[in-house]
Design a protein around this ligand. Structure first.
Ligand SMILES: [Zn+2]
Length: 328
């Protein structure tokens, strides 16, 4: 393993948008890339262009009927409304195909030994997309497509998914529940959209519902008491991290009160053992919604925990030392 980290994205991910004022907007990608460029961290990443996922790859996580319907329904102009929060513009299908394809490429790169970690900077996000439906800003479930590629194409036997976000990753649970080759651990705010997750759908699900107002201490206790034992017992060969930063206290979508260090702690070596998955991990980020303030707080939190550096740190070779930074 060489400690290298891939940065995977596609230009069409910026062209997908769902109307004036929609919180899931192209600037979310800019916030993180601007931060990484301004700090010099981007120079440490190996850039890749995401390929489009194939119907066969998508069909490992989604019903083929849904895949075909979505591919056939992309609008030539204007918007096609898929659910109250989710729509497609003429670029959305391409963005969604490349977002899912990023997870496939990340899996190939990590399992092929070309990089140790990969970061998928893509949108639309994926964790609300279920086997048969778009939902909550999500079209295809990017991380589930990557996980099934690791299992069904590469033949891995144990893959873990860590999902933390203010919202429950109901789509990922819908697709992966009952698949004993997968362990999904998640935290989310109880009784918030999508109002699911209180009762896990399978034995391979470790759902930790947090009360409104929960901060870092309770969060770390949840990780320690619930996530860690399950992950250590499962011994994943590969770890996917599906990270949303809308649990940040500056984010108005939810009522959790994380700060940057809490998110970093969720992925710190002392939480998840450095030996976990032999340090192999793939991260499909879902950014928070508070990026628009001048401090780009979401970008900072993503970058800080991504590299295990604080916002005052500067790029150095050590930030991609696998002993320091096993995630992404
Ligand atoms: Zn969310």
């Amino acid at each position: 393993m060489n400690g290298a980290c891939a940065w995977i994205t596609h230009r069409d991910c910026r062209l997908h948008e769902m109307g004036e004022g929609h919180p899931e907007c192209p600037e979310r990608l800019d916030a993180i890339s601007d931060y990484l460029v301004s700090t010099g961290l981007m120079n440490l990443l190996i850039p890749y262009e995401a390929p489009a996922a194939t119907p066969e790859q998508l069909g490992r996580a989604h019903a083929m009927l849904y895949v075909r319907e979505l591919m056939a329904s992309a609008p030539r102009e204007g918007y096609l409304q898929l659910d109250p929060d989710t729509s497609m513009n003429p670029h959305s299908l391409s963005a969604a195909l490349h977002a899912a394809g990023a997870a496939v490429l990340a899996t190939d790169l990590v399992l092929g030994g070309e990089v140790q970690r990969a970061f998928c900077a893509v949108r639309p996000p994926g964790h609300h997309a279920s086997r048969e439906a778009a939902m909550g800003f999500c079209l295809f479930n990017n991380v589930a497509v990557g996980i099934r590629h690791a299992l069904d194409f590469h033949g891995l036997q144990r893959v873990a998914l860590a999902d933390f976000d203010v919202h429950h990753g109901n789509g990922s649970e819908d697709i992966l529940a009952g698949d004993e080759r997968v362990l999904m651990v998640s935290t989310f705010q109880r009784d918030l959209y999508p109002f699911l997750g209180n009762v896990p759908l399978g034995l391979n699900m470790e759902n930790v519902a947090l009360e409104r107002g929960t901060g870092g201490a309770e969060l770390r206790r949840a990780f320690e008491d619930s996530w860690r034992p399950r992950l250590e017992a499962f011994r994943p060969q590969l770890l996917f991290i599906s990270a949303g930063f809308d649990a940040h206290r500056a984010d108005e979508m939810g009522g959790l009160r994380w700060v940057e260090d809490d998110a970093a702690g969720a992925e710190a070596p002392e939480f998840a053992p450095g030996s976990l998955a032999d340090g192999l991990s793939i991260r499909a980020a879902r950014f928070g919604f508070s990026f628009s303030n001048a401090s780009s707080i979401t970008a900072r939190s993503v970058a800080s925990d991504f590299f295990h550096v604080t916002s005052s740190s500067r790029a150095s070779a050590s930030v991609i030392n696998p002993a320091m930074s096993w995630q992404v």
